[in-house]
Design a protein around this ligand. Structure first.
Ligand SMILES: [Zn+2]
Length: 198
């Protein structure tokens, strides 16, 4: 999915999950001040609408979260993917193993942790192979960083928010969850047109 044009132009996000117009410009913005509990008001700051507290001056500056993914190939150039479990974003579809970097966590440590949790494999996390902004969830935008991974141990077994973990040929990929994974796989020459149907 391409980012809706409204996001880039900072127009009100057209609909919330119930189909009604959303209260804020971006889903997930605070309604009340997290410091003093006053109701926030929209303010034009630097040409863009921000939610600001009229009592204490708090401004809800929002930044994307950071996701770390690990690209692992086996010795016949199949790529390791996970099937997303119920409760994960886009369950039933497949993705490159990845997860959020925790606050205070070093990014390669986060990448290795997510790989271990989702696939049971221990890997040495190497260089960056892909970087992209993810717009699939307007309430939780992220910047994704895909690292090369070299497996050094562990036993392949799905866990955490993955219900399966398996290697796939680039010519025979399962239905994928995320446009940015698809774009990376296409850059490798994979025969895949887009994301699968959730
Ligand atoms: Zn306040």
């Amino acid at each position: 999915m391409q980012p809706p044009s409204d996001h880039r132009r900072n127009r009100p996000y057209p609909r919330n999950v119930n189909g009604r117009p959303h209260k804020h410009a971006w889903p997930g913005e605070y309604t009340y001040c997290p410091h003093c509990r006053a109701e926030l008001v929209a303010a034009d700051l630097g040409g863009r609408t921000r939610m600001r507290c009229p009592e204490c001056g708090f401004v809800h500056w929002r930044n994307p979260g950071v996701g770390a993914a690990v690209v692992v190939f086996d010795d016949i150039r199949r790529i390791l993917l996970v099937k997303r479990a119920v409760g994960a974003t886009r369950p039933g579809l497949w993705s490159i193993p990845a997860g959020f970097v925790d606050y205070g966590e070093e990014i390669r440590a986060a990448a290795a942790r997510e790989l271990l949790e989702e696939t049971g494999l221990v890997a040495e996390v190497g260089g960056v192979v892909w970087v992209a902004s993810n717009f699939h969830d307007p309430a939780k935008l992220t910047v994704g960083i895909w690292f090369q991974g070299t497996v050094t141990g562990g036993v392949l077994e799905a866990g955490d928010d993955a219900e399966e973990a398996a290697f796939f040929s680039l010519d025979d990929l399962p239905p994928m969850a995320f446009e940015t994974d698809v774009a990376y796989l296409q850059s490798l020459g994979a025969g895949i047109d887009g994301v699968g149907d959730g």
